[in-house]
Design a protein around this ligand. Structure first.
Ligand code: EPU
Length: 461
């Protein structure tokens, strides 16, 4: 889905939020488990011979999608509050049609391959979804699976995999430290025969948390220096009990919203260790924060100190660099900084599409195909518009906005809240609910002036 696929003229009017901007966000929000760990932890449950329990599960659509995928494969999944119980003792193959019901909505189906090949000897990958922020190939995944011994058959309905001779450990070096491909190797290697050595692996905190889960299940995984991970395959894994690490992307989104609206937000659940790079950036821009490390009520308060924000030059990168998912909310805050800022996106080739909407709101943002951050990246040579220069401060004014993807969508919400006047933001249910739990209630709790369209408003369109 690109921003031009569903314009405000064609988007369903009920999937829209009216935002009266100009009010600082003040108050507290609670951030639960990370979307990008919880969905993978749910897949890991497939590997166990006994039930798993996952706590701090957010009520987001990606969890519903993976729940559906697990259920069609015979896993009994029950949610009680924010605790998920998953019983994989009767895992079974699912039909292509059953799996396809969940196609096109998430990137997770590809991660079921290793566990299903171990449990059932075959797997199927439907059309993958997720945000349209670049080509998002799956070549690393398929290449690694083939090396493990999987036979991969691409068909008109999707990709079918089998493992006629079982799966065996591999020595593999990723061309780029891909999060998903690292997870693919981990979820496959834990039960493959022999030892796997993965080089140039991603080491995001969500991956380390997944490794902790697999270790609880009985896996042997050694994280060495220099992005090398060694996995010794075992014959059997049991279920796990685990509390998901907090969502550092959601935490940073609220932090940026506080800064852009000149407000103050306490993000309960936010953890300093996983957000160090973001906190440094937040402070460099001129934002203020205070960490509360109470074991129960702990979190981080973020606020605008009232002094002008400062411009910065930033580059996104793999961990421990600046997360690509922090880029969009930070850019909105930078439209309010006093001077020229640079954002060089090095992870995805096409993650600045949302800036055209910000420009319509009065932001001064230019895109370049050069690597403006100083470090030449994969996209510079290939002419992708992957560097942004943001000239601030700009007075943002209201607009009708079409959300193009999840993170860009939240940054549109932030921009609308920082802007003067009334904006209409389309696509909130389709995109924001994928990764932000109860975002509307949270916004209202922070004093945002938002409302859903009434029929009269819808009629006027
Ligand atoms: N890549 C390849 N080939 C592959 C796999 C990846 O070329 O087979 C490239 C991608 O095209 C991209 C780069 O490697 O340029 C990094 O992609 P990665 O595989 O790390 O991303 P992912 O696993 O698909 C996860 C998150 C994203 C997050 C990235 C980077 C999930 C479900 N998604 O995606 O989160 O941006 O890692 O940290 O975990 C989001 O939450 O909104 C989101 C997009």
């Amino acid at each position: 889905m690109s921003s031009t696929d569903a314009t405000p003229e064609t988007a369903p009017s009920e999937d829209m939020l009216i935002i009266h901007g100009g009010t600082p966000l003040e108050g507290e929000v609670h951030v639960r488990g990370a979307k990008n760990l919880v969905s993978k932890a749910m897949v890991a449950a497939l590997l166990g011979t006994s039930p798993s329990v996952l706590r701090s599960v957010p009520a987001i659509r990606d969890v519903e999608v993976v729940t559906g995928l697990l259920r069609v494969h015979g896993v009994d999944v029950e949610l009680d509050g924010d605790t998920l119980y998953m019983d994989p003792t009767s895992v079974e193959s699912a039909g292509v049609e059953e799996i396809n019901v969940h196609a096109g909505t998430s990137r997770i189906p590809i991660l079921l391959c290793g566990p299903l090949l171990h449990r059932l000897g075959r797997a199927f990958i439907p059309d993958l979804g997720g945000c349209n922020i670049g080509g998002r190939p799956i070549d690393f995944h398929l290449d690694a699976l083939r090396k493990f011994g999987a036979v991969v058959d691409k068909d008109s309905d999707g990709t079918h995999l089998s493992a006629p001779n079982g799966l065996h450990g591999i020595r593999y070096e990723l061309e780029y430290p891909s999060v998903g491909a690292t997870e693919q190797v981990l979820l496959t290697a834990v039960m493959a025969k022999g030892t796997t050595e993965l080089r140039n692996a991603a080491i995001e905190p969500e991956i380390i948390d997944l490794i902790c889960i697999l270790q609880k299940m009985g896996a042997i995984i050694k994280v060495h220096t220099n992005r090398v991970i060694e996995i010794v395959g075992v014959d059997e894994l049991k279920g796990y009990s685990h509390r998901a690490l907090p969502d550092r992307i959601e935490a940073a989104s609220w932090a940026s919203a506080a800064l852009a609206t000149q407000g103050s937000v306490y993000v309960r659940g936010a953890q300093q260790t996983d957000m160090m790079t973001f906190l440094n950036v937040f402070r460099s821009i001129g934002g203020a924060y205070e960490v509360n490390d109470d074991p129960n009520e702990g979190g981080i308060r973020f606020w605008h100190p009232g002094t002008p924000l400062k411009p910065v030059a930033l580059e996104t990168d793999v961990h421990p660099g600046l997360m690509t998912d922090w880029q969009q909310p930070i850019v909105v805050a930078l439209t309010q900084a006093d001077g020229l800022s640079i954002m060089h996106e090095t992870v995805y080739e096409n993650r600045f599409g949302y800036t055209s909407e910000l420009r319509r709101m009065g932001a001064n943002i230019e895109l370049y195909s050069d690597c403006l951050g100083g470090t030449p990246c994969r996209w510079g040579r290939r002419n992708f518009l992957h560097s942004a220069v943001i000239a601030g401060p700009s007075k943002l004014h209201a607009a009708d906005l079409q959300i193009p993807d999840l993170r860009a969508g939240f940054s549109h919400l932030i921009a609308a809240m920082a802007a003067e006047g009334t904006s209409r933001v389309y696509g909130v249910d389709r995109y924001i609910t994928r990764g932000y739990e109860n975002f509307e209630a949270k916004l209202l709790g922070l004093g945002a002036k938002i409302e859903r369209p009434t029929s009269s408003l819808a009629d006027r369109r």
